[in-house]
Design a protein around this ligand. Structure first.
Ligand code: ATP
Length: 284
């Protein structure tokens, strides 16, 4: 992995400062991997109607090696934030920075580097994996699209091993696997180009509860063993609570609370966070 595990707080907006004790001195003063400063994303609007703000002044910093969960209900702005984090969209106001410099989407070389470093796992492997492609082709696809050379076949075997799939999976098709195994294939594909950051868009929400635990264990293990940075977007506080060191609560396009997960879970400052927590049957 190009980014080794380092500490530091995944500071986000809101009114809580992550505890200094969470800092790892190894992180030093390195800029966050990705940071949003006063980010707005507005849609539509005309002379008569104001635009809709999907994000309204969001500050967020994702530090290398950390795990950050972004939680919110439907319409909170999670998908909009995710598109910005993936470099698929630009803010209408404010800045997105990548390792301390503005992420300029017109800079093709920069965006190629960024896309190699940031890979995504989507919610539903039934739709995110092409049913006509073998597992080997699926997993190798980002290597091809990002023009990463080397021994592609060996790399496919290696990442399949990391997610607990045998090499004989290579010649099979997604339909020949269970839901959990398909999500493992999607994770292997995301790992193929050696990303620094794995972004999960509800990566376990579509899975059965028993399988969900196994895939969550896998994500946890990958994060610690590969030194990955994990950004998890979810409506489910319990999932974020189990996987992420830092939690950011989004509501109506604004960060209403942010800080170390254990503090957000045990001592929420925002009434909205308390409402979200009350809806979770058993907290981690
Ligand atoms: N392309 C768009 N055009 C107009 N409005 C949009 C667009 N994308 C998002 N919005 C609006 O921005 C707000 C936030 O949407 P977003 O999809 O980011 O929320 P979300 O938290 O991901 O919700 P969900 O969990 O339902 O996907 C919503 O009010 C939505 O209608």
């Amino acid at each position: 992995m190009s980014d080794q595990a380092a500490g530091g707080d995944a500071l986000a907006g809101g009114d809580r400062n992550p505890a200094e004790g969470d800092r790892n001195p190894a992180e030093g003063d390195a800029p966050p991997f990705v940071a949003l400063d006063g980010v707005w994303r507005e849609f539509g609007g005309s002379r008569r109607t104001p635009p809709t703000a999907a994000l309204a002044g969001v500050d967020l910093a994702v530090r290398s090696g950390r795990s950050v969960g972004i939680v919110g209900e439907s319409g909170a702005g999670k998908s909009t934030l995710l598109r910005l984090l993936l470099g698929l969209d630009s803010p209408t106001r404010g800045t997105v920075s990548y390792r301390g410099a503005p992420l300029d989407r017109r800079d093709r070389a920069l965006m190629r580097r960024y896309r190699r470093e940031v890979q995504v796992v989507l919610q539903d492997p039934r739709t995110s994996l092409d049913p006509r492609m073998t597992v080997a082709r699926i997993v190798a696809e980002p290597l091809r699209s990002l023009k990463i050379g080397g021994d592609v076949s060996a790399r496919v075997d290696e990442v399949l091993g990391w997610v607990g799939l045998d090499p004989d999976a290579r010649t099979k098709y997604p339909a020949q696997f269970s839901g959990g195994q398909r999500q493992r294939i999607a994770i292997a594909r995301a790992l193929a180009p050696s990303p620094s950051v794995l972004v999960g868009d509800e990566p376990v929400s579509a899975l059965d509860v028993s399988v969900r635990e196994q895939v969550m264990d896998l994500l946890r293990r990958l994060q610690s063993e590969l030194g990955l940075t994990l950004v998890l977007v979810s409506h489910d506080m319990a999932i974020v609570g189990q996987l992420c060191e830092e939690t950011v609560v989004l509501r109506g396009g604004e960060v209403v609370e942010a800080g170390p997960t254990r503090e957000v879970l045990t001592r929420p400052t925002a009434a909205y966070t308390r409402e979200l927590l009350a809806a979770v049957p058993t907290l981690p």
